[in-house]
Design a protein around this ligand. Structure first.
Ligand code: IVH
Length: 677
């Protein structure tokens, strides 16, 4: 459809789409207040991709489509910072903080305030915008010279490629990886047998310095700005105003900040955030306190390495000492075997910790952790506790290296250490621990989403011989369920009901639940949408699979390999014979195209309140019939469906002479179509 636009029309629409997408991105990432569903964003995005494909001359570096990461880099160029990127002096306790306040008061007589900001544990970064466009992103490096990481930074969605105003400006801030993304990334790497990152900061650094921008694009980095360079040029005279101003330009500024007029209140803020620290979605290692007024900052001045007008209050490290009593080995779904230290209980960040991950065999050897060793454990925020190091001085003379197991703790088969992997693996496909983990994955939220079926229940079902794979779940009986620990009549019925309900799930949930290597929830959805049934996916060639946008060679190969396994085939056959749905039941594009629907190929805009439809339901209905629902009325709109209290969209449609239907016309037309079918 869009391809039929003339060059000029396309140009106009491209610019409209970019504006819309920039706005929605800003609402989503900066304001944290999305106004449209993700699917609508995706649709506008796809429309832009199509137009740019049809008219490649319309592609520009600041287009939202350019965030995916293009060619692999050879290395990073050096960038000299126009103004050096300084560091901060630290204060480790209240006394040092108050001494900082006294020092400033000796250096100035002017009244001033303090702005307090969270000290996010990430990497300092400078961004340069010219005429409102992002032209350069550089790391801090040694403060004088950093690295040009523009191509990677372009893929970080919360960083606008275009400011709301055409400004030429340098801003600085912190790139970080949210805790959740960090944990997910490490879990994925552990499963893949790759080395894990020690903390979110290292993960962010590694991601930013990856030579393949596509990797950065996938890893969900985020950014908060805290410095506006040459702020005077923008009529800004204090740090608090600078933060406000950057926010207005569309840059992301941490809302957890406050300005005080005395150091006692600053201290209260520090205590408040020391409490809140764990509940924040990112790691912080302290609070940065800055003199708010720029005039006073100038008066107080700088040392060679840091400003005198600011200080970083560092929280006490969340580390503790304890003794290792045992090392436990557990087997994951793909056979990766992971060591966990079992220790004497220790208080860390307000919780009692008794288990700490040792990640993998290589790290265990490197750290040389042994039974009865005194170890330093760390738990920053709500990140999984880990063993940081051994206190070698406290080790007894007769201690011996910990023997790495040669056999799987669950099935006894020989463990292997594959080349290029840091982990040990159990290669036995019949291993009971892997079997249990596979079922746990099958029922998980993004897979078949079977409520109430937790790990303990699955473990019991396995031990009793009732369930050894996903298909067995569907053959479970009430008599079997009721035999389990802590399962009474009601919960047995609920569980069976939840299992039964999952039979009708759409194909993508089943595909993800099967645990095909490299097939995450998103890839599963793409496969299901494209092939629609399990049989058609099974019959697909690698080329056909790879031709899906978003699916690469690695995933395609893995899918082919999976269907080649006789046990995979057997499992699928058994699931099918248990009545588990094997087809995609979401919006069907290809079928819709064949259907003789009035909506087929039409671009439709919904506005106002409808009585008998919710917006998402109507949208899905139109999409199933091959139509496209967009957010704003333009020359390209074919039809506007206007409910009660329709506003500016209706006016615009009337101006542009676009067909408008009310709810009755919509219902009539849908009823007619039902009878045609
Ligand atoms: S101001 C001259 N503000 O902490 C001003 N730094 O220990 C220099 N950091 O290199 C930085 N949050 O990477 C500032 N709100 C914040 C910060 C912050 C984190 C980091 C930054 C800096 C380091 C200094």
């Amino acid at each position: 459809m869009s391809v039929e636009l003339s060059f000029d029309e396309a140009k106009q629409r491209v610019s409209e789409l970019r504006e819309l997408l920039d706005r929605y991105s800003h609402e989503y990432y900066v304001l944290d207040q999305p106004t449209i569903p993700d699917s609508e964003y995706d649709q506008l995005y796809r429309e832009l991709v199509e137009l740019e494909e049809a008219y490649p001359e319309l592609v520009s570096a600041d287009s939202p489509t350019q965030r995916v990461g293009g060619t692999i880099l050879e290395g990073f160029e050096k960038v000299t910072h126009e103004t050096p990127m300084l560091s901060l002096d630290n204060a480790f306790n209240q006394e040092e903080l108050y001494a900082f306040d006294q020092r400033i008061k000796r250096l100035t007589d002017a009244p001033f305030r303090y702005t307090c900001e969270l000290k996010i544990d990430g990497l300092a970064m400078s961004l340069r915008y010219e005429d409102g466009r992002l032209v350069q992103a550089a790391t801090r490096g040694d403060g004088q010279t950093g690295e040009n990481v523009t191509n990677n930074v372009r893929t970080i969605k919360p960083i606008p490629l275009r400011l709301k105003e055409p400004l030429t400006v340098e801003v600085r801030g912190e790139v970080y990886m949210p805790k959740e993304s960090f944990l997910a990334l490490n879990a994925e790497r552990e499963e893949e047998g790759l080395a894990v990152f020690a903390n979110p900061r290292n993960a962010a650094a590694g991601t930013l310095r990856n030579l393949d921008p596509a990797v950065t694009a996938k890893r969900n980095l985020n950014f908060y700005l805290y410095t506006l360079m040459q702020a005077g040029n923008y009529g800004v005279s204090s740090q608090s105003e600078a933060l406000e101003t950057m926010n207005e330009w569309g840059l992301r500024v941490n809302p957890d900040r406050r300005t005080f007029d005395n150091i006692e209140d600053v201290w209260a803020f520090i205590e408040e955030y020391q409490e809140k620290r764990d509940s924040l979605p990112y790691e912080i290692d302290g609070i940065v306190i800055k003199v708010d007024e720029f005039a006073v900052q100038e008066e107080v001045g700088y040392t060679v390495r840091a400003p005198r007008w600011a200080i970083a209050y560092k929280f006490p490290a969340e580390e503790g000492r304890t003794i290792v009593r045992d090392i436990e080995w557990s087997v994951g779904r793909t056979g990766v075997v992971t060591p966990t230290a079992i220790m004497d209980p220790v208080q860390l960040a307000g919780t009692t910790v008794q288990r700490a991950t040792l990640h993998n065999e290589d790290l265990l050897r490197q750290k040389d952790v042994r039974l009865l060793d005194t170890v330093i454990v760390r738990k920053a925020g709500d990140i999984i506790p880990e063993v940081v190091r051994v206190d070698f001085d406290a080790r007894s003379e007769d201690s011996e290296p910990y023997p790495i197991p040669e056999n799987c703790p669950a099935c006894g088969s020989e463990l292997v250490h594959l080349e290029e992997e840091v982990a040990l693996r159990c290669m036995n496909p019949q291993c009971p621990a892997q079997a249990v983990e596979r079922v746990i994955h099958f029922v998980s939220r993004n897979a078949m989403n079977i409520d109430g079926l937790g790990e303990k229940i699955i473990q019991q079902l396995y031990e009793k011989g009732f369930v050894s794979n996903a298909a067995d779940l569907y053959a479970l009986t009430y008599d079997q369920m009721i035999q389990l620990d802590k399962i009474a009549d009601k919960s047995a019925r609920n569980l069976l009901g939840a299992i039964d309900a999952s039979r009708t799930n759409s194909l993508e949930r089943l595909l993800f639940g099967l645990g095909i290597r490299h097939v995450g929830a998103k890839a599963a959805r793409l496969l299901a949408e494209r092939f629609e049934t399990m049989d058609q996916l099974k019959a697909a060639t690698q080329e056909e699979i790879q031709s899906i946008e978003g699916i690469g060679e690695i995933i395609a190969e893995s899918v082919i390999a999976f269907f080649d396994l006789p046990e995979a085939q057997e499992l699928i056959d058994r699931l099918a014979s248990q009545g588990v749905n094997m087809s995609y039941t979401g919006p069907k594009r290809s079928q819709a195209e064949q259907m003789d629907s009035i909506f087929n190929g039409k671009t439709v805009v919904l506005t106002g309140k409808l009585e008998s439809f919710t917006r998402p339901a109507l949208k899905e209905l139109i999409e199933q019939r091959g139509g496209k629902v967009t957010g704003s009325v333009s020359k390209k709109t074919d039809l506007v469906i206007a409910g009660e209290e329709a506003g500016s969209k209706l006016t615009k449609a009337q101006e542009l002479n676009v067909t408008v239907w009310n709810e009755d016309e919509l219902t009539n037309s849908l009823n007619r179509e039902e009878t045609i079918e």
